[in-house]
Design a protein around this ligand. Structure first.
Ligand SMILES: C[S@@+](CC[C@H](N)C(=O)[O-])C[C@H]1O[C@@H](n2cnc3c(N)ncnc32)[C@H](O)[C@@H]1O
Length: 302
């Protein structure tokens, strides 16, 4: 952390994170931070930078691995897993070429792992491509290790690329036609997809990504997603004081994860803010009693 102190881009982030890690040396220090410092950060939440957004690959890897573990353990991906399965079951009735899904800010791809296992159990046989887009190299290390077993059994193929243009997408679809599941790891920024033509994908989705973007980037990503696919599905957590306290207890033994979870919560929308975003073509469902999250589905008009 000290190495970034003189870097103007991360100066404030270093201050926020150093203060947080000092506070969690004791439960009393953390309680003090939660009561007196966290509300101040939330007031200026566009400026919060969590550890995951800082250039520390080892920590990024550890946070993404533990996030996947929490996602399994708390079943927190269930609403979006069910929705994606529902969409691919519907798409397979009309599609002639492989169904192509894009997962923006895919992280360790725990969602895709759960979707693929469920589809295998459902005996789903149609060619399906998952394109995971993330600019953080550690995310692909985590994702790759998750698919090793399935790849070894010949149930899916994994490809890593660093650019996706019209020609590359065409080639991917042609190759995927003879496979059941293809997972493509695209090391790129979400906005690099701007080069692709309208409706390049059948569905775009993202989970726990929005709070990593500024408000302007969020709107820009919505616009881009509904240009590149007929449907966008988004899942993210909602800020609640109850969720913040319970997460603090569960993640107390994992400092880097506690940082990611609590800083993310402080950046997340609350229920009132998210329901205000309901508009024609975008439906929002709220889920979860203890850990609240929302599922937003936006459909492009025909
Ligand atoms: C909190 S993680 C969520 C990972 C995964 N979707 C999940 O729910 O487990 C957010 C991910 O978004 C990625 N990310 C943030 N902004 C991005 C951007 N503009 N383009 C690509 N990836 C981005 C980060 O690198 C990180 O892996």
């Amino acid at each position: 952390m000290k190495s970034l102190e003189s870097n103007s881009e991360y100066k404030e982030a270093v201050k926020q994170n150093t203060e947080f890690f000092r506070a969690i040396r004791s439960p009393f220090g953390y309680a003090w931070w939660l009561v007196f410092r966290a509300p101040k950060l939330r007031k200026n939440r566009a400026r919060i930078v969590e550890l995951l957004d800082m250039p520390f690959p080892e920590w990024q890897k550890m946070v993404l691995e533990t996030l996947s573990w929490f996602e399994v353990w708390m079943h927190s991906l269930e609403p979006i897993t069910n929705r994606i399965i529902q969409e691919v079951e519907r798409l397979k009735e009309t599609k002639q070429e492989p169904i192509t899904l894009a997962s923006i800010g895919c992280g360790g791809m725990e969602l895709e792992r759960q979707v693929i296992y469920q589809l295998i159990r459902n005996r789903f046989k149609f060619p399906l491509i998952f394109i995971g887009i993330d600019y953080s190299p550690p995310s692909f290390e985590v994702a790759q290790s998750k698919f090793e077993k399935l790849e070894a059994k010949g149930l899916l193929q994994v490809k890593t690329i660093s650019h996706l243009g019209t020609e590359e997408l065409k080639a991917l679809k042609a190759e995927a036609a003879s496979h059941r599941f293809t997972v493509v790891l695209l090391k790129a920024d979400a906005f690099d997809l701007e080069v692709l033509p309208q409706n390049s994908f059948d569905l775009i989705y993202h989970t726990r990504l929005r709070h990593h973007l500024s408000a302007t980037e969020g709107l820009k990503l919505d616009k881009l997603s509904t240009y590149l696919a007929p449907k966008l599905v988004e899942l993210d957590d909602l800020f609640t004081i109850r969720g913040t306290i319970i997460t603090s207890i569960f993640a107390w033994r994992f400092p880097a994860v506690l940082n990611g979870a609590i800083f993310s919560y402080l950046k997340d929308c609350c229920k009132r803010e998210i329901t205000a975003q309901q508009k024609p073509g975008c439906k929002i469902d709220l889920n979860g009693k203890i850990f609240s999250c929302y599922l937003r589905v936006c459909t492009k008009p025909d």
